[in-house]
Write a protein of this length. Structure first.
Length: 387
């Protein structure tokens, strides 16, 4: 038996054997070079999350901490709470004081100087261009991306009488409301979620519009009077999704955060952000972009029950949409976007439907941006005072 094995190895190799040997040698050489170039990444034993100190931001950071610990048992995660410039300056609209980047910059400074390892953001607050050396390591599964209408005395936007005061901090929402309901008084609304609810309950506004995702995450969905579908209020790019930012060179963190990334949501958010980036989107640009996996959002079975009295907790307060955040898989995605003047007098709209499995999201976003330009978006943007 031993003699036979020796003799077998001494026999001339057939062409097929030679080909397999050459292929194996080539694969081994490539693998060896890759191992030398990209050595094994060690997992960090502890990390710090930079976060704003609002209730919603802390909820988001705690959510990411819990998911990290679940995926990586034994990992120690701390939070570094910070008050950003955007949190301090509540006397002016975001468009006038520098945009939503004010919520992000100081967290990035903490990453740069080593006080924190990662930062958790609402994706709709993340500027379209990240500073050099930073990257979005993960975009998590999306919550409800829609806007929510809240009012004590009125059940829908269409019920608000002429002159009613509607509060919103968003030029995107304001332009869409003014386009459909020019008789309303749209007034600025700043502060965290609970502050805005208190202002509504104090009678400073007849109604307000907030992101549905934030209300649901904080357990405040019962305050929602009606959900505004994309046809009524097209969401902001990235609305409802969380992004995790870190330094680009932190290969250990990129690997650690990989399980938290949701490919379906990430594809949609990247397409939406590409639309905004191509048109110079920011807080001073009334722009919406929303990639909707077809069939992902069905209307709620019980949208909102009739309130009892002036303002009571709705019966069956909030029924989840069927398939609320279902992953789209390789099926089609409908991407819609608009650009408007702040008063809603001029609006450019465009949309397209693509197969998510075959189209690059950035290329899809650029294609839709080109359609918006053809529909008059450049002329609208050129007329904006700060664009």
């Amino acid at each position: 038996m031993i003699q036979h094995r020796r003799e077998s190895r001494s026999l001339p190799a057939t062409p097929a054997v030679q080909a397999r040997g050459a292929a194996h040698h080539a694969w081994y050489s490539v693998a060896l070079r890759a191992a030398r170039r990209f050595p094994a990444v060690s997992r960090p034993l502890a990390l710090t999350i930079a976060t704003r100190e609002s209730a919603l931001a802390l909820w988001q950071a705690e959510h990411i901490r819990a998911r990290l610990v679940a995926h990586h048992p034994g990992l120690h995660v701390e939070l570094l709470g910070m008050t950003t410039e955007g949190d301090r300056r509540l006397d002016s609209s975001l468009a006038k004081i520098g945009g939503k980047g004010l919520f992000v910059k100081e967290l990035e400074n903490a990453l740069a100087d080593g006080r924190a390892d990662i930062a958790v953001h609402s994706m709709k607050d993340v500027p379209m261009h990240l500073p050099a050396g930073f990257t979005l390591a993960a975009i998590t599964a999306r919550e409800d991306p829609r806007d929510a209408f809240l009012s004590i005395h009125y059940r829908a936007l269409a019920e608000l009488p002429a002159g009613a005061r509607l509060g919103t901090s968003s030029l995107r929402r304001e332009s869409q409301v003014r386009a459909r309901y020019p008789q309303l008084q749209v007034q600025p609304l700043r502060g965290n979620v609970n502050t805005r609810l208190r202002k509504l309950e104090a009678g400073e506004y007849d109604a307000i519009i907030l992101a549905a995702a934030g209300l649901k995450r904080l357990g405040l969905a019962a305050h929602i009077t009606a959900i505004l579908g994309p046809d009524d209020s097209l969401p902001a790019p990235g609305q409802g999704a969380l992004g995790i930012e870190c330094r680009s060179e932190r290969a250990d963190l990129l690997e650690l955060l990989r399980p938290l990334d949701d490919p379906s949501t990430a594809w949609c958010v990247r397409a939406e952000r590409a639309v905004s980036r191509a048109l110079g989107g920011s807080c001073v640009v009334p722009l919406g972009a929303y990639a909707e996996p077809l069939g992902a959002y069905a209307e709620p079975l019980v949208a909102y029950a009739e309130p009892l009295g002036a303002y009571a907790e709705p019966l069956g307060a909030y029924a989840e949409p069927l398939g609320a955040c279902a992953a789209p898989g390789p099926g089609p995605v409908r991407l819609r976007a608009f650009v408007a003047s702040p008063d809603g007098a001029r609006v450019a709209r465009a949309e397209l439907t693509v197969a998510r499995s075959t189209d690059n999201p950035e290329a899809t976003g650029q294609q839709l941006a080109d359609r918006l330009v053809a529909a008059g978006a450049r002329e609208i943007l050129a007329a904006l005072p700060d664009h």
